[in-house]
Design a protein around this ligand. Structure first.
Ligand code: SF4
Length: 224
């Protein structure tokens, strides 16, 4: 018996369960019309590890990307996938990557995957005061700097303390901008990406909360 050659989407939901798409410039119009909003987005910042959907490899990002978020903190399944019938809640307005993805023929998605991706500045506009807040956060919590600090975490007390300061800053900053800049809690991961407490494992570290604030430690060692 010969193989059945797939030629169209069978709506199995497998691709949507691997994670929401990164947004590209042509998706800005869908954002503007309200098909999805900032609360549906998560930013992966420069230097952050992300699984490349084409190669399957975990790679540090050369530039930030903005993606549709997962359904909850436990899964990367796209927040717009109806897990009961595997239909897309925003099918008519689904982003460019979803349109390009034919799982039986990856040519189109491969050709466009890392081109014309949008950044937070594209969404907010360069002159926005909110974009200024992002720059302040990046200066203190940028992954390129954190990677260097993490590499010296076990041997350099100054690097260790600076890393811990960044974790504290990240937590405090998110709380302050909610109050002072009226950024809703559900938009924080668009504005500032995932918390350093969530991503410290990229460096083999973990953040543990104590009565005296966050403690950063090696994942396999006792508290630093
Ligand atoms: S937007 Fe729709 S088609 Fe695209 S990954 Fe999410 S559920 Fe799937």
């Amino acid at each position: 018996m010969g193989h059945v050659i797939q030629k169209e989407c069978t709506r199995c939901g497998t691709c949507c369960a691997k994670g929401g798409p990164a947004l590209h410039r042509e998706d800005l119009v869908r954002l503007e019309k309200g098909a999805f909003g900032r609360k549906d987005l998560v930013t992966f910042r420069r230097g952050e590890l992300m699984r490349d959907q084409i190669t399957g490899e975990l790679v540090p990002l050369d530039e930030e990307i903005v993606k549709l978020r997962g359904r909850d903190t436990q899964t990367w399944t796209c927040c717009f996938l109806n897990v009961v019938d595997h239909l897309c809640f925003i099918y008519a307005d689904r982003p460019a990557e979803c349109r390009a993805l034919d799982c039986w023929n990856p040519e189109e998605i491969t050709a466009m995957y890392d081109k014309d991706r949008v950044t937070r500045a594209d969404i907010l506009g360069e002159d926005s005061g909110l974009a200024e807040l992002i720059l302040v956060h990046e200066e203190k919590c940028g992954y390129v700097t954190l990677e260097r600090l993490a590499a010296a975490f076990d041997t350099d007390a100054s690097a260790r303390e600076t890393f811990i300061e960044a974790v504290r800053f990240d937590m405090a900053f998110r709380a302050v901008v909610q109050e002072k800049a009226s950024i809703p809690a559900n938009e924080l991961e668009f504005f500032f990406g995932r918390t350093l407490a969530d991503t410290a494992h990229m460096f083999g570290l973990r953040v543990r909360m104590t009565d005296h604030g966050p403690v950063v430690e090696r994942e396999t060692a006792s508290a630093a």
